[in-house]
Write a protein that binds this ligand. Structure first.
Ligand code: NAD
Length: 595
C-alpha cells in the first residue's frame, strides 16, 4: 500500500500511498501513519535504524514540542529511551485514556465557554492526536466550543486571545507573491482548503482577519467528523481590510488597518489567490466560507466550474436545511411539492436553500417556475415582490407578482406557509404572534430558526414549542437543551452544516472530483435524512445524533463520490468497494508506536 523512496543520502524523499495520503514529503507529512505503514514494510525489523534515516524527525524536547508527534506522558518506555526523552517527562507512563480523563477534568473546570475554547486550542497546539481523539469521542460536548456558537465569540475576541498563528494569512500587501506564501506551509499535498475573507463571520458581520477562527474550526471538524487527516488541510484568511471601526481602532487587532478592497482590486486579488492555489496545491478542494453576500454568489459562480470548490454558507446550509425538510415531511406525511416556504432573510443561506429545494422539486416533476412559486422571501425591507426596485440579482428570481407586505407577521397570515425558515441573523424575529399564527394555519408547522450564534436565533426551542402548543417541528442553527412541554420531552437537533460539509469534502477528495456539483448536495441531503431514525423523529430530532457523525459522513462521502463517478467527474479509478475504501481512508486519532 505504501512505497517509500530514498535519495542517494538515504533520506526519505517520497511516500506514495493510494489516493488520499500525502505523496511528496520534505518533512514527514504524517509520520504517525508512516510508522504504521513501515511496520509492514521490508524494513520492519530495523526500526531504530529507520529513525536515523528519517531526517527531520524530532527527538528530545523538539519531539515533545511538536504537536503532530507529541504523546506527552503517554510516550512508552522504549520510545523515551530511543528518542532522547528520559528525564524530560515524569516517570509514570499514562495511557491515552488517562490523558483524556485529565483533559476533560480541566476542560470542565473552566469557568466559561471562551476559556474552554482557549484550553482546547492550546491542546491542539500541544498534542493533535489527543485533541482529535477528544473532539471525536466527545463531539456533542466539544462542538459548541470549538465551533458554533463559541467560535463566534472567539473570532470577536481573536486578537485579544491570540496565542499562536494558525494557517496562512494572505494580505492585500501580498499581491505578486502568493505562491511563495503558500509554499511556506510545511505540508505540500494539501487536499482541502477552507478560506474566508472575514467579511460575514457567522451572523456577526465583518471581523476582518479575526475571522481566521472559522476556517481553523471548520477544518478541525473535517478531521473529527470525516477523518480527513489534519496534514491534508489548510485554513486560509484573505486579509483584504475591514470596515469594522472597532477593529480599525483596536491596538490588538491582527489584520491590516485599512478599508476593504472592493471592485476590480478585490476580484484581482481573489483571482491571484485561486491561481496560486492551482499552482501550489493543484489537488485541493477550496471551500469558501463566510464571504459577504455581495461576493459569495459571484465567487462561487466564477470558480465552481473552474476548480473543485463549493461555498458552505450557500450549498452546505442548503443541504442541511433540505435534509431537515425531508425529515420533517416524514413526520407530517406531506410531499415536498405541497409545501410553501417563507424565508426570513434573503442572503446566502436563504437563497442557497431555496435554489436547492427548487432543484429537488424539479426532480420530482415540477417546473422551475412552479417550484419557485412555493418559495417566498421577506428581507430587511419586506416581502420580496416584483414591484420592488431595490432587489439585487439573485433575489429577483424569487420576486413574485404579489402586493408588497412590509412585515413578516402579515406575510405569514397572508401567504399561509407550511414552513418558516429564519436566516436573517436577527434575534427573536419569530415572535409569539407569528408562531401562534403558524400553529393556527398548520397542524404541524415547520419552524426552522437557523440564525447563529444562539443570541441571534429567531426563536428558542422553548418558544417554538410553547407558542405552538407543542406542535412545531423545530430545528435551530445553534444548539438548545431539550424542552419539556406538557409532559412531552422534545430533543431538537441542531441543523448544523457539520452534518453535510465533512462528508461532501471527504467524498470529493476520495475520488479526486474535478468539481463539486449541486447534485452532490442534493444527494447528501437525501442521504442525511435517510439516516434519521424513527426514534429520532419521535422526539423531535430532524437529524441523527451527533455521535453518529462519522457514520453519516462516510455515507454522504460514498453517495457524493458515486455521483462523481456517474457524471465522469472523478479522476481516479473507482474502487470495487467504494464505501469500504472511503472508510479505510478515514484518520483515526490514536498513538502509533514510533519504535
Ligand atoms: P446574509 O448576510 O447573506 O443574509 C442575511 C439576510 O437577512 C439578508 O438578506 C438581509 O437582508 C436579511 N435581513 C437582515 N435583517 C433582517 C430583518 N430584520 N428582517 C428580515 N430580513 C433581514 O447571511 P446568511 O449567510 O444568509 O446567514 C444568515 C444567518 O443564517 C446567519 O445568522 C447565519 O449564522 C445563519 N446560518 C445558519 C446555518 C445553519 O444553521 N446551518 C448555516 C448558515 C448560516
Amino acid at each position: 500500500m505504501y512505497q517509500v523512496t530514498f535519495d542517494e543520502k538515504d533520506t526519505i524523499i517520497r511516500i506514495d500511498r493510494e489516493l488520499m495520503a500525502p505523496e511528496t514529503v520534505s518533512r514527514f507529512l504524517d509520520l504517525v501513519n508512516l510508522a504504521a505503514a513501515l511496520k509492514d514494510s521490508r524494513l520492519a525489523d530495523d526500526w531504530e535504524r529507520m529513525f536515523t534515516r528519517m531526517l527531520g524527525f524530532p527527538t528530545g524536547v523538539r519531539l515533545i514540542r511538536d504537536p503532530a508527534f507529541n504523546k506527552g506522558t503517554a510516550f512508552p518506555e522504549k520510545e523515551r529511551e530511543v528518542l532522547g526523552l528520559r528525564g524530560l517527562l515524569p516517570p509514570k507512563v499514562h495511557s491515552m485514556d488517562d490523558q483524556v480523563l485529565r483533559v476533560l477534568e480541566n476542560f470542565r473546570r473552566k469557568p466559561n465557554d471562551i476559556e474552554k475554547y482557549i484550553f482546547m486550542i492550546s491542546l491542539q497546539d500541544r498534542n493533535k492526536t489527543l485533541f482529535y481523539r477528544i473532539v471525536t469521542d466527545y463531539i456533542e460536548e466539544m462542538m459548541p466550543i470549538i465551533y458554533t456558537p463559541t467560535v463566534g465569540q472567539a473570532c470577536v475576541e481573536y486578537g485579544h486571545i491570540f496565542r499562536r498563528p494558525r494557517g496562512i494569512f494572505i494580505s492585500a500587501k501580498d499581491r505578486g507573491r502568493m505562491p511563495d506564501l503558500l509554499r511556506n506551509w510545511p505540508y505540500q499535498d494539501i487536499r482541502i482548503i477552507v478560506v474566508t475573507d472575514g467579511e460575514r463571520i457567522l451572523g456577526l458581520g465583518d471581523l476582518g482577519a479575526d475571522g481566521m477562527g472559522i476556517p481553523v474550526g471548520k477544518l478541525a471538524l473535517y478531521t473529527a467528523c470525516a477523518g480527513i487527516h489534519h496534514a491534508l488541510s489548510l485554513p486560509i484568511t484573505l486579509d483584504v481590510g475591514t470596515e469594522n471601526e472597532a477593529l480599525l481602532n483596536d491596538p490588538l487587532y491582527i489584520g491590516l488597518k485599512q478599508r476593504r478592497l472592493r471592485g476590480a482590486a478585490y476580484d484581482d486579488f481573489v483571482e491571484e489567490f485561486i491561481m496560486a492555489v492551482e499552482e501550489v496545491f493543484p489537488r485541493a478542494l477550496v471551500q469558501f466560507e463566510d464571504f459577504a453576500n455581495v461576493n459569495a454568489f459571484r465567487l462561487l459562480e466564477k470558480f465552481r466550474e473552474r476548480i473543485c470548490a463549493f461555498n458552505d454558507d450557500i450549498q452546505g446550509t442548503a443541504a442541511v436545511t433540505l435534509a431537515g425538510i425531508y425529515s420533517a415531511l416524514r413526520i407530517t406525511g406531506g410531499r415536498l411539492r405541497e409545501q410553501k416556504f417563507l424565508f426570513l432573510g434573503a442572503g446566502e443561506a436563504g437563497l442557497g436553500t431555496a435554489d436547492l429545494t427548487v432543484s429537488a422539486m424539479v426532480g420530482s416533476g415540477l417546473s422551475a417556475e412552479e417550484a419557485r412559486e412555493l418559495c417566498w422571501f421577506v428581507d430587511s425591507r419586506g416581502l420580496v415582490v416584483k414591484s420592488r426596485s431595490d432587489l439585487s440579482g439573485h433575489k429577483r428570481l424569487y420576486a413574485h407578482d404579489h402586493e408588497f407586505i412590509p412585515d413578516f407577521l402579515t406575510a405569514v397570515e397572508t401567504l399561509k406557509p407550511t414552513a418558516i425558515i429564519g436566516v436573517s441573523g436577527k434575534a427573536r424575529m419569530f415572535t409569539r404572534p407569528i408562531l401562534e399564527a403558524m400553529a393556527r394555519i398548520n397542524e404541524r408547522p415547520l419552524v426552522f430558526s437557523l440564525s447563529n450564534p444562539t443570541s441571534n436565533t429567531e426563536c428558542t426551542a422553548e418558544e417554538a414549542y410553547n407558542w405552538t402548543e407543542g406542535r412545531a417541528i423545530y430545528t435551530s442553527g445553534s444548539p438548545f437543551e431539550p424542552v419539556v412541554y406538557q409532559g412531552k420531552k422534545f430533543v431538537p437537533a441542531q441543523g448544523n452544516n457539520v452534518y453535510i460539509f465533512p462528508g461532501v469534502g471527504l467524498g470529493a477528495i476520495a475520488c479526486q472530483a474535478r468539481h463539486v456539483t449541486n447534485e452532490m448536495f442534493s444527494v447528501a441531503a437525501k442521504t442525511l435524512a435517510s439516516l434519521v431514525s424513527d426514534d429520532d423523529l419521535e422526539q423531535g430530532s430532524l437529524f441523527p445524533p451527533l455521535p453518529k457523525i462519522r457514520e453519516v459522513s462516510a455515507a454522504i462521502a460514498t453517495a457524493v463520490a458515486e455521483v462523481a463517478y456517474e457524471r465522469g467527474l472523478a479522476t481516479v479509478p473507482k474502487p470495487e468497494d467504494l464505501q469500504g475504501f472511503i472508510k479505510s481512508q478515514m484518520y483515526e486519532p490514536k498513538y502509533h508506536s514510533y519504535v
